[in-house]
Design a protein around this ligand. Structure first.
Ligand code: SF4
Length: 348
């Protein structure tokens, strides 16, 4: 902690321009910070939720850590008045959609997502007009407005099941992630499925050659690969060629990775997703040597939720997340249809 007069200094970033993505800073995550955050959370009857890709200090102070959908469900079911969602904006929006009566706050509303931004509601409407009668399946990494234009939402755990539930003669429009789309198309063998060319800049940066090099250098390691990664196809290719034994390659959502970590007999695991995930994996299975396939795979948006931003959120009640009630109602339907199909898991 820093200043003397005020043991927990106020943050001063509120006046900055929207396009300045410098995170709020100047606060150290020490014991005084921790006490103050928990005191304010209690005072406001707030629950702090943190995504698996958050900074370790944010994960440590949160009441719950998990994946986007799992956290939104906690938001809907808990009895807190205020949800402080430490993640990116579309996740806080999803929480607001599922818990419309609660106040939802994200510690920095500038924390966006390049994948969610890769398709707008207007673009989706245009795409639908080109394919009348098609069923729209959207990954959870989408804005509330895109969810409102969607027939069935999906996560990386159930995307295959969701697409299989659609009658074979109906066209499918899958958005926004092209790597997850390619994975689903391969698994279902479906030909009448169109895939939007969106991607997450972090996951797309984890590529096949890097994975191949790492797999060769660590011949006994399991490979945990998130299907949004550019390397998901390479991982399956390496397995198909016998370069990596098929049973060592696991294509998993973030929640699935934690389950697999507890069950695997491997002593080392190569992890292909955002590096924040390593924190929970190491906690779940401390005896395993977890290594990132790409140590630079860090999401700058996720890391905008700093100790200073969290403190500001609790002190100022900012930034509050609002979703138009009509948009929220339509978006909720697409999430409900997914849950009715089963095994939603948690997506990213
Ligand atoms: S890691 Fe990629 S998909 Fe996830 S929040 Fe960041 S930009 Fe979005």
């Amino acid at each position: 902690m820093t200043a003397e007069a005020n043991p927990v200094p106020a943050t001063s970033g509120t006046e900055r321009a929207e396009d300045d993505l410098t995170p709020y800073g100047g606060v150290v995550a020490d014991a005084a910070w921790r006490d103050e955050v928990l005191r304010l959370a209690e005072q406001h009857n707030a629950v702090i939720l943190a995504h698996n890709y958050q900074l370790p200090e944010i994960q440590e102070i949160a009441h719950h850590v998990g994946d986007s959908l799992g956290l939104s469900r906690i938001a809907a079911e808990c009895d807190a008045d205020t949800i402080v969602f430490c993640g990116v904006h579309f996740m806080a929006e999803t929480a607001k959609m599922l818990a419309p009566e609660k106040r939802v706050i994200i510690p920095d509303a500038r924390a966006g997502c390049s994948l969610a931004d890769s398709i707008t509601a207007a673009e989706l409407r245009e795409w639908k007009a080109e394919h009348p009668g098609a069923v729209v399946v959207s990954y959870v990494n989408t804005t509330a407005e895109v969810k409102a234009e969607t027939d069935i939402c999906c996560t990386s755990s159930n995307a295959v099941e969701v697409v299989e539930s659609i009658p074979a003669d109906r066209e499918v429009l899958f958005c926004p992630d092209q790597f997850l789309g390619a994975h689903v198309k391969r698994e279902t063998g479906r030909q009448n499925m169109h895939i939007w060319a969106g991607e997450c800049h972090v996951h797309a940066g984890i590529n096949g050659p890097e994975l191949a090099d790492q797999a060769a250098a660590n011949p006994d390691a399991d490979l945990f690969v998130h299907p949004e990664c550019g390397c998901a196809t390479s991982a399956l290719y390496l397995a198909g060629e016998g370069i990596v034994p098929e049973e060592r390659v696991r294509i998993l959502s973030t929640g699935g990775m934690l389950d697999a970590a507890r069950e695997t007999g491997a002593r080392s695991v190569l992890v292909a997703t955002e590096i924040g995930m390593l924190h929970q994996l190491r906690k779940a299975a401390p005896e395993i040597d977890f290594r990132a396939v790409n140590e630079r795979a860090s999401c700058r948006y996720m890391k905008m939720i700093t100790p200073a931003a969290l403190l500001r959120a609790l002190r100022e009640g900012a930034d509050e997340v609002h979703v138009d009630p009509e948009v929220a109602a339509r978006g909720r339907e697409s999430v409900r249809r997914m849950i009715a199909i089963g095994r939603p898991g948690g997506g990213e």
